[in-house]
Design a protein around this ligand. Structure first.
Ligand code: NAD
Ligand code: LMR
Length: 340
């Protein structure tokens, strides 16, 4: 265990004052899988977040180094690294938000579902510990296949008697980040102003960007261009996996997306109003038990699951096409949790 506290030099005080951290409540964020490709840059970004007072970095190996390194950054949070199962309880205790990027990533030619056999067990054991040590935390699930790992987590929490559907999130923010980038590139609107909801799940055709609701509006995009943007968003993960040619999947853009989503969760917990992001959550806006859509975040996690809004015919078709695959992935997760 290594602990590295913020420096007390003048610049640190100035920095802290400019972040006005004094006005923010204490919040502990734990990252499980913190020494990995996503975990490390995510730890960095969470260290930069003034809403975090304690940053807990857990992995099966390598966390003392990551914690010592990140802990030297002169921002508000205290950083501690925890390594190995015997330190998992300590890592989790008192956490307000737990972010899980633990598990294996894809190689070219694999689907996210091909990761199920390894990652399902990892997620299950981490969630058993969450139920024990920080049952009230908001859980941000990044580990793939998200369409199955979120239902696994739900079943583990139900079994432990700690399940609160408002507190479990599949992180689909990277799909939104990609949809925004690709839309801005094609429609030539300033990327910082772009909003695109992405609904459904987080794999292939289950990822359904709603470009008909994108803002700022672009009247120049043809149906073919919308189809191409949809396909690129759905295949965004594979695009990165292929470009990395065997060295893993998206890590940097995922860390960015994960940090934005965790920040939204923290803002909600802190009572900031009108915090709305897309996430894969327990839902009744379709017949599927879990579904990604816009959700309003509040002091207890999900305050409201927002509806889909008006869909184009193309999006309506996409919605119907994704349901069987998403349903099967959800059922696979539930079955795993019951059998193992
Ligand atoms: P990585 O292999 O670089 O890192 C994974 C880390 O998890 C490693 O440090 C490993 O030691 C750790 N780990 C393994 N078992 C663990 C356990 N039991 N407890 C704690 N830590 C454990 O992989 P990565 O590139 O960081 O990807 C991690 C996961 O995130 C993959 O499943 C990947 O598919 C997924 N991912 C999801 C999204 C998304 O949009 N939701 C995006 C990118 C990647
Ligand atoms: C992504 O969308 O980048 C992640 O789900 C990782 C992957 O395997 O594609």
């Amino acid at each position: 265990l290594r602990r590295a506290s913020s420096s007390s030099c003048t610049s640190s005080h100035l920095l802290r004052r400019s972040y006005s951290s004094e006005s923010h409540p204490e919040r502990k964020v734990a990252v499980l899988g913190a020494a990995g490709g996503i975990g490390q840059p995510l730890a960095l970004l969470m260290k930069l977040n003034p809403l975090v007072s304690t940053l807990s970095l857990y992995d099966i190996a390598g966390t003392p180094g990551v914690a010592a390194d990140v802990g030297h950054i002169n921002t508000r949070s205290e950083v501690a690294g925890f390594m190995g199962e015997e330190q998992l309880g300590q890592a989790l205790k008192g956490s307000d938000v737990v972010i899980i990027p633990a598990g294996v990533p894809r190689k070219p030619g694999m689907t996210r579902d091909d990761l199920f056999n390894i990652n399902a067990g990892i997620v299950k054991s981490l969630c058993i510990a969450i139920a024990k040590y920080c049952p009230n935390a908001l859980v941000n699930m990044i580990s793939n296949p998200v369409n199955s790992t979120v239902p696994i987590a739900a079943e583990v929490f139900k079994k432990a008697g700690t399940y609160d559907e408002r507190k479990l999130f599949g992180v689909t923010m990277l799909d939104v980040v990609r949809a925004k980038t690709f839309y801005a590139g094609k429609s030539k609107v300033p990327v910082a102003e772009v909003n695109v909801p992405v609904v459904g799940g987080h794999a292939g055709i289950t990822i359904l960007p709603l470009f008909s609701q994108a803002t700022p509006k672009s009247n120049d995009l043809s149906d073919e261009e919308i189809k191409a943007l949809t396909k690129r968003t759905q295949d965004g993960g594979t695009e990165v996996v292929e470009a990395k040619a065997g060295k893993g999947s998206a890590t940097l853009s995922m860390a960015y997306a994960g940090a934005i989503f965790a920040d939204a969760c923290l803002k909600g917990l802190n009572g900031v109003s009108d915090v709305v992001e897309c996430s894969f959550v327990q839902s009744n806006i379709t017949e599927l038990p879990f579904f990604a859509s816009k959700v309003r975040l509040g002091k207890n996690g999900v305050e409201e699951v927002l509806g889909l809004g008006p869909l184009s015919d193309y999006e309506k078709q996409g919605l119907e096409s994704l349901k069987p695959e998403l349903q099967a992935s959800i059922e696979k997760g539930i079955k795993f949790a019951h059998q193992n």
